[in-house]
Design a protein around this ligand. Structure first.
Ligand code: FAD
Length: 456
């Protein structure tokens, strides 16, 4: 790329521009997943919507793809790309809460930690991810599954508006009243349609929750999983959380001689009246002896950041995902075979439940199509040492191969790997055709193709 062109871009934007010959280039091109090693043409650290417009125009005119980076958590590394124009939104993290209207407007690079801190002050929250360092951007655009989803729906279900810079450099508002087709596509369609510079969410009264992890012996895992599968069907919608295969980290509430051993953990989150929390989890606690637990009332943001230390930036990541309608005995048997082999403390396998409020939204009301899935399974391989790549990727693939035939054809796009692009159409089911039409309207040249791509 001609230096003159990058110099021109430097004059147009307020934020920093990092090019391959700059000292900070190697740091600036890094993303959260350390397995991703890409060399973008230029990185634009946007300070506002105008910078994003300049960067998109520059990319389109230079015929380069755009990589959008919000929280940076994309496991396939979509926040960067070889020869791409990276638009890094990390400096755009302002959150404004309107407690009267119960809404919050957050800039496109905000993380859930920053969002929750701002809304918690007013006793309000919306569905976010389970880790506070994940970006609201990628998570919401893909759907958004988390502790509060059974009661409040997916993150995208609380989205009420967005400001979007489209491929032609226009700044559009999207909501139920403006650019409705774009708004429909943003709620599940991923980063295919433009750069969202701000998200506006409806908020809900959630301040303290009752929750935390409960550890069960592997020998009781079958009983617990079978109980949970049946229990969750009629559980109150405030009952959130998920069972996970997890190695016990060295935490004081876990007996020291059990540190490093695999367990079936239930991560609990009761978002109803605090005084009802203990009773809500009593059936689960009674189903098998509890090895250790750290459950009680806590501010919602405390649960949202409780597991951050297990997933610092710089780990290697390889994930696979499935939607599951019915967790059959055969599927549970596959989990029992592969779950206890979880290789490292950072890795996990969660069966997130997206029932109740998520089910009550029509499958074609938003781009997110799998409204009838009961669970979103993620086999999240995460490990520190690149020397262990083969073993960890092998574990994820074996687990996936055993469970995929017992699952739906599609999986949650935000939990999927770069090698899952062939499953995109299946992920969007009946909504795929409409997504292609919206893509043709807003990004006919596929400038935004570094994502789980919907081709125009
Ligand atoms: C540790 C960890 C925990 C997770 N937990 C959950 C969870 O609980 N629930 C859940 O649903 N998912 C979860 N995920 C998956 C998560 O939703 C995706 O990784 C998501 O893409 C992360 O968003 P991000 O903004 O941090 O990522 P980025 O890498 O910054 O962005 C990923 C892609 O999203 C799009 N994008 C991001 N921001 C914007 C924007 N402002 N405008 C346009 N496009 C944008 C772009 O295509 C971008 O390439 C988790 C991931 C990790 C690594």
């Amino acid at each position: 790329m001609a230096t003159a062109t990058v110099s021109g871009l430097r004059q147009q934007v307020r934020g920093e521009i990092v090019a391959p010959d700059d000292k900070s280039y190697d740091e600036a091109r890094k993303v959260y997943n350390a397995m991703i090693d890409r060399r973008p043409s230029v990185i634009v650290r946007a300070q506002g919507t105008e910078d994003v417009v300049a960067a998109v125009n520059f990319a389109r005119e230079s015929e380069l793809p755009v990589a959008v980076r919000g929280g940076g958590h994309s496991v396939p590394g979509f926040g960067t790309g070889d020869d791409a124009v990276v638009i890094d939104l990390a400096a755009m993290r302002a959150v404004e809460v309107d407690p009267e209207r119960r809404t919050a407007r957050a800039q496109g690079g905000t993380t859930w930690g920053g969002f929750n801190e701002a809304t918690h002050e007013h006793g309000l929250a919306t569905t976010g991810g389970i880790i506070s360092t994940t970006g609201i951007g990628g998570l919401t655009l893909g759907g958004g599954i988390g502790y509060l989803a059974r009661g409040l729906g997916l993150s995208c279900d609380s989205l009420v508006g967005a400001e979007v810079v489209t491929a032609d450099g226009r700044v559009l508002q999207a909501s139920e009243r403006e650019n409705e087709d774009l708004f429909w596509a943003l709620r599940g369609g991923g980063g295919n349609f433009g750069v969202v510079t701000s998200f506006e969410y409806a908020l809900h009264p959630v301040k303290e929750i009752y929750g935390g992890p409960i550890l069960f012996e592997l020998s009781d895992a079958e009983t617990v999983l079978k109980f949970y599968r049946d229990f969750i069907e009629d559980a109150p919608e405030q009952f959130g959380g998920f069972p996970a295969w997890q190695i016990a980290p060295p935490l004081p509430f876990i007996p020291e001689d059990r540190h490093g051993e695999p367990f079936l953990i239930f991560v609990a989150c009761w978002a109803g009246p605090i005084e009802e929390g203990e009773a809500a989890f009593a059936p689960l606690r009674e189903v098998a002896p509890v090895v250790a637990e750290h459950v009680g009332p806590m501010p919602y943001p405390a649960l949202n950041s409780a597991f951050d230390a297990l997933v610092p930036a710089g780990l290697q990541h390889y994930w696979k995902a499935n939607f599951v309608k019915e967790l059959t005995d055969e599927a549970i048997a596959a989990h029992l075979e592969h779950g206890p082999k979880v290789p490292v403390v950072n890795a996990t396998v969660n069966n997130n439940s997206g029932t109740d409020r998520c089910h009550r939204v029509a499958p074609d009301a938003t781009a997110f199509a799998y409204r009838d899935a009961t669970f979103a399974t993620v086999i999240a391989g995460m490990w520190p040492d690149p020397a262990d790549n083969d073993a960890n990727i092998g574990w994820v693939r074996d687990f996936y191969d055993a469970t995929a035939p017992l699952s739906e054809e599609g999986g949650y796009i935000n939990f999927m790997a770069a090698d899952d692009q062939s499953r995109i159409e299946a992920n969007y089911r009946q909504n795929y055709g409409r997504l292609v039409e919206v893509k043709r309207t807003y990004d006919p040249g596929n400038v935004f193709r570094l994502n789980q791509n919907i081709k125009p």
